[in-house]
Design a protein around this ligand. Structure first.
Ligand code: UD1
Ligand code: CA
Length: 471
């Protein structure tokens, strides 16, 4: 049951660390899950939970991290610099010193914990506040707790302190109740406690976790049980892959529950900012990246990779289609094996078939590019048929030029259209034609050498060739 939160509380999110265990040049908190940075997931959870201020401590890779935060959250986040990464306690100290007027309840989170449910944060703040505890935290149990800080309890069962994995005694290492790293702390207490931390530990750092012992000295620490599946921290690439799979699975289930037909819940790759309407259908290994929209009745079949693509109602995208920054009209059909490059705008009930490539092209209602064509910089009207193997020669080595095909045009197979070019309404281009000049409406363009048949020639040729072979 949701609990009441205090009216105003703040979040501090730590994101200054380097993340050496990722073995990557990118700051750890900018690695992505479902198209969003780890840190963005955490910031979003804090804001969704109702934080009235959200401070992010930045340091390593600062300019990149700040850029991501600014573009996604604008003024809703405040950034504080931790000049040297001297531990999570030092990071919080920087936030407290850098932020004016931090009062009431402060929720401290780590920026590498991307699956946190906002409801849990709301609960933690509310319950800690109601208990009037200096500090409340979440704990969780893990069969393999290695890497995590362990929760040390008194004989009466109250939380006493947290000991980091590296600092554990043999006995402590056997504890499998761990610290996922979510704390709701009274601002006044935190401001004082943070000055009392010492670097007496294996890493010679200031540990935020040491404030737990300080709180326990003064009174009861409140603890809530969490589910580690929602609270894993990402420290290396394995953690990232596992958290990513978890998030994808959760999203696939939500979509399925909302009425999207999903072939395999564990083989769907949809970025968080995509919109899929109920009644759409998504095949195995479909990737929807960036901001895709898939309308009701649309079907996206096996292995398609779409980035920022709008798929209108009842459209069908057949297997292994790749499309970027494009739109597919109502009832249109694309694929199998089609490639829509940026700014391909396919009209209603149009078709782009196998091994065809389009780029910066508008394809009118009902028009077809069914087989093996390249269509770039095209303005194509309605009811146009583009035969197999047609090439729009749009590039002269310096500039791109437009090809205009008016309504009802028919382009015979294996034609080349040398842009700039206009083919008038209802005109025909005969197969194998190289079109260099505009074609008038209802006209026919044909450029072929005349055919010659030589009777019996093939048989004579064959006999001659076979004779040679025997010698
Ligand atoms: C931390 C906890 C550990 C807990 C685990 C949960 C401490 C000392 N340990 O360990 O008890 O079980 O998280 O996932 O807090 N950061 C800074 N500045 C620094 C150091 C780190 O901003 O100087 C940030 C990092 O960017 C990261 C977060 O703090 O987002 C946590 O740091 P990390 O090094 O991953 O801590 P853990 O070893 O996982
Ligand atoms: Ca961590």
């Amino acid at each position: 049951m949701p609990t009441d939160s205090p009216a105003r509380w703040s979040a501090i999110i730590l994101a200054a660390g380097e993340g050496t265990r990722m073995k990557s040049t990118r700051p750890k908190v900018l690695h992505e899950i479902a198209g969003r940075a780890l840190l963005s997931w955490v910031v979003r959870a804090a804001l969704d939970a109702g934080a009235s201020r959200c401070l992010v401590v930045v340091g390593h890779g600062r300019s990149d991290v700040e850029h991501v935060l600014r573009t996604q959250f604008g003024e809703r986040v405040e950034m504080v610099l931790q000049p040297e990464q001297r531990g999570t306690g030092d990071a919080v100290r920087c936030a407290i010193e850098g932020a004016v007027g931090l009062e009431g309840r402060v929720l401290v989170l780590y920026g590498d914990c991307p699956l946190i449910p906002p409801a849990l944060l709301r609960d933690l703040v509310a319950q800690t506040d109601r208990a009037e505890a200096d500090l409340g935290l979440i704990t969780a149990t893990l069969s393999d707790p290695s890497g995590y800080g362990r929760i040390v309890r008194s004989s009466e069962g109250s939380v006493q302190r947290i000991v980091e994995h590296r600092d554990c005694s043999d006995d402590e290492r056997g504890i499998n109740e761990v610290n996922p790293g979510l704390y709701a702390i009274r601002a006044g207490f935190l401001r004082d406690a943070i000055t009392r931390l010492t670097p007496n530990n294996a890493q010679a750092q200031l540990y935020l976790t040491d404030v737990v012992a300080l709180a326990a000295e003064q009174g009861e620490v409140l603890d809530l049980e969490g589910d580690m599946n929602e609270l894993t921290g990402v420290n290396d690439q394995r953690d990232l892959a596992l958290a990513s799979a978890m998030r994808r699975r959760r999203m696939a289930e939500e979509l399925a529950r909302a009425g999207v037909q999903i072939a395999d819940l564990d083989a769907l790759y949809v970025d968080a900012d995509c919109e899929i309407e109920p009644g759409a259908s998504l095949g195995v290994n479909v990737h929807l990246r960036g901001q895709c929209v898939v309308r009701a009745g649309a079907q996206i079949d096996v292995g398609c990779v779409l980035s920022n693509v709008v798929v209108e109602k009842d459209a069908r995208v057949l297997p292994y289609t790749v499309a970027t920054d494009s739109s597919i009209g109502e009832g249109a059909q694309v694929g199998p094996f089609s490639h829509l490059r940026p700014d391909s705008r396919l009209g209603p009930r149009s078709k782009v078939g196998n091994f065809s490539e389009t780029k910066k092209t508008r394809l009118g209602e009902g028009s077809k590019v069914n087989h093996l064509s390249y269509v770039g910089d095209g303005e194509i009207g309605e009811g146009v048929n583009i035969g197999a193997g047609t090439i729009f020669c749009n590039y002269d080595g310096e500039k791109k030029h437009t090809t205009v095909l008016e309504d009802g045009v028919f382009i015979g197979s294996d034609s080349q259209l040398i842009a700039p070019l206009r083919v008038g309404r209802g005109a025909y281009v005969a197969s194998g034609t190289t079109v260099t000049e505009d074609v008038p409406a209802d006209g026919l363009a044909i450029s072929r050498t005349k055919q010659e048949n030589k009777a019996g020639y093939a048989a004579r040729l064959r006999a001659r060739l076979r004779g040679k072979k025997k010698r």
